[in-house]
Design a protein around this ligand. Sequence first.
Ligand SMILES: Cc1ncc(COP(=O)(O)O)c(C=O)c1O
Length: 415
Amino acid sequence: MSAREYVRLEAFVDDIRTHFPCFSSPEWEGVHYLDNAATTQKPQQVIEAISRSMRRGTAPIHRGLYPLAETATQGYERARKTIAGFIGARSAKEIVFTQSATAAINHVAEGWLKPRLRPGDEICVTRMEHHSNLLPWQRLCRAHGAKLRFIELKEDGRLDFASARLCINPKTRLLALAHVSNVLGTVNPIAELAAMAHEVGAHTLVDATQSVAHLPLDVQNLGCDFLVFSGHKMYGPSGIGVLWGRHALLDDMEPLLLGGGMASTVNEDIAQWRNTPDRFEAGSPNLFGAVGLEAAAAMLMAVRRHALYDRIEQLSEYMLDSLLCMPGLRLHGPASPQQRLGIYSFRLADIHAHDVAAACGEMGVCVRGGNHCCQLLHECLGETGSVRASLGIYNTADDVDALVSALYYTQKHMQ
Ligand SMILES: Cc1ncc(COP(=O)(O)O)c(C=O)c1O
């Protein structure tokens, strides 16, 4: 990157920070937020979209025939269309709004895979999955005599392709894996693995919860069959998530929640469901979640145009260099910034991860300590937990420096 481009990007980051009101609020004085893998801050665009929708006056979605209700319905459906464009879906009908990524995965497990899973079938996951992309499959396997298989990791925290070739076989019904690990930051080669799954007649579900905010996502290029993510990790509101699925597969999925808005005809003992995606959105839809999510996606599409992701990669390099230089710090995951995405989990000497996170917190540096809902992965790393620092689009070299100083201080005073 040329010096000129770099200066332009730096200016853009300064500008990006001004879009996030929290950074100019007095409570944030001296705060360095590095817990973006857990949840992200909200930009003015998202706050405004929700507030505008609330100020304009609330009306029900898909239920009212007066103009206010029609405007609300149009806003909700426009959000679905924007999200479809954001991830390269063929049609807005392939976008189901859920409560979260967790809800979306559970829907596929219970509504799509459960009715077709037979004893002896296999579900394939990786050793780095978040519990949200593990427990639903575990329960299905236990209940249906199916086997859960794990793609193992290499020493550097990347997936072991030899293990993948063994795990993905003609008995595999579904390969369910994270695009990016929420502990290691590893970026998994989804297209290659999805092609491997398709070769044996299996489908692929991608948990894009950690990649959606920081990688351009295109479901056609990824070659997957289902993809899920949550709004709150992509600078949008919480309480909304997305399930994308190929239309024919969604049409074959059972709705899990039954109730208002999802049935076309109801008789005394049976009901007919409405078409996809309405039949998966029983109950009053989350309008404010949808418009907030749409605003977040629009912001990220603008960010992509400014090549801000290149800057995150640069900051990643700086973070990696800084952490790798620290004596007593054991960093998990790939050592190359090209193979990981802004997430760094580590052990600091013999200090418990909770103590490190609490000490950093007192110095204004927000990181997470614990197993990050990945107990199996930590077992595999020989740890019970780790400290995790994760970058967002608004972080700067200053935040990285503050983390490093806090870690030095912690090590000096707690060891
Ligand atoms: C990789 C991954 N998958 C799934 C989830 C679950 O997301 P949510 O709690 O928003 O449903 C998380 C949350 O940390 C995650 O990091």
